[in-house]
Design a protein around this ligand. Sequence first.
Ligand code: NDP
Length: 483
Amino acid sequence: MEKIRHYIGGELVDPVSGRWLDNIDPATAEVYSEVPDGDERDAARAVLAAERAFPDWSARSAEERSRHLLRIADLLEANLDRLARAECVDNGKPLHLARSLDIPRAVANFRFFATAILHFHSESHATDQLAINYTLRRPRGVAGCISPWNLPLYLLTWKVAPAIATGNTAVAKPSEITPMTAYLLSELCREAGLPPGVLNVVHGLGGKVGAALVSHPKVAAVSFTGGTATGAEIARSAAPLFKKLSLELGGKNPNVVFADADQGEVIRTSLRSSFQNQGQICLSGSRIFVERPAYEAFVERFVTETRKLRVGDPLEPGTDQGALVSRAQYDKVLSYIDLARKEGGRILCGGGRPSSLPDRCRNGYFLEPTVITGLDVASRVNQEEVFGPVVTVTPFEGEDEVVAWANGTEYGLSASLWTENLPRAHRVAERIHSGTVWINCWMLRDLRVPVGGMKASCVGREGGEEALRFFTEPKNGCIRVPG
Ligand code: NDP
């Protein structure tokens, strides 16, 4: 059975404890590899390696760092098939999704920041005739990058690439539920000739190796994506150490459909925003609000199309919906479907395991895509993040009502808004409290724009300049101009 290993100081190494955790294929519920059960000793070794690599790496020119990142991007691209298959088996997502979304985006992350760093400029301010101020941006030192299981390589590289492009060295901690592509990335970094210690990857449980990284005094900045409760815990331990923190957390995103919208396009995109990646995307539109005149037709068509989604073996090309990532996630999502029933919701389709699964997948963590109506907007299912293939649909009467509902959760990550009325699109987008508002689209991404959310969804922003700024420390010099 394949043993995943830490990547520390350029070497692939066993955990100090000598202990390993099972890595499970969610489509079969079988153990198929082992992942290090890392602890604070592994975290300390990785931080030390990163610390040692920092003086040399940070002194290299931006062009040289850029070349290293581009080499890694090329290798990721050359290994697209292998990486996509690994992501599919590790996570349960359809192979074609990993091929078309996850891995190409990991390549794009490295290319984007490899070239962004060449254009990242410093600032200067002329202070009347008295002085010139110039602001340098220096890497912070060792960056800790902690990422979740839903988009494993995509989100890990979204942090690691800007961290090392700007001259930091990094210690990454992928979720132990989906560690495989981070391990393959480690191998490719060795092949690319990345200097030892520039990137280190430690595996294991969040509460052990992740927490050790966050509280390590030599980790200057922590970039975290994951659940809001974990984010709060990280903030509690990092704040007294004055670490720089970027927290990308949960969402309960509204998908607002006005009656004048192009309903065909709304249905097509809402199927994706509800169920892509088994609904395990922080930006999923899990609360659909439809303007009353369009509600009945929307529900009928949406349910018809949802029933057509093929749930099955993630490795099969025709599969729309793969397995949920783990038994715990499967149980959690099922418990929310039960709760929806108790809260008075009507399950219009889905609500349980698909009846026909291929033999290979009979024990896997599969759930049918589920559409629920009749729930109060204040119900727990409409307030808490389910993070699975479950959406609610609710009719609304007008702009004021839907804006209040859209804003009526603790989250504020993203929103979609569907209307052909441009003034209304601007008006409503302006009033919705979320970091991103997609108008007549969903998940249309430009890597330059700030990504993140309001309220309990985020601290700080990622993407483009925001990431380059997060991973660098501004230092201002002031030169007096002799009169
Ligand atoms: P978690 O918060 O459970 O875990 C995220 C990462 O943090 C994992 O690597 C985890 O390790 C680690 N971790 C857990 N506890 C600690 C700790 N005390 N200190 C340091 N690290 C820790 O999230 P999930 O993996 O369950 O991911 C799902 C969540 O991520 C959802 O809530 C989703 O909304 C959010 N998310 C947010 C995104 C955004 O951009 N805003 C994007 C994608 C997901 P381990 O796996 O071992 O527990």
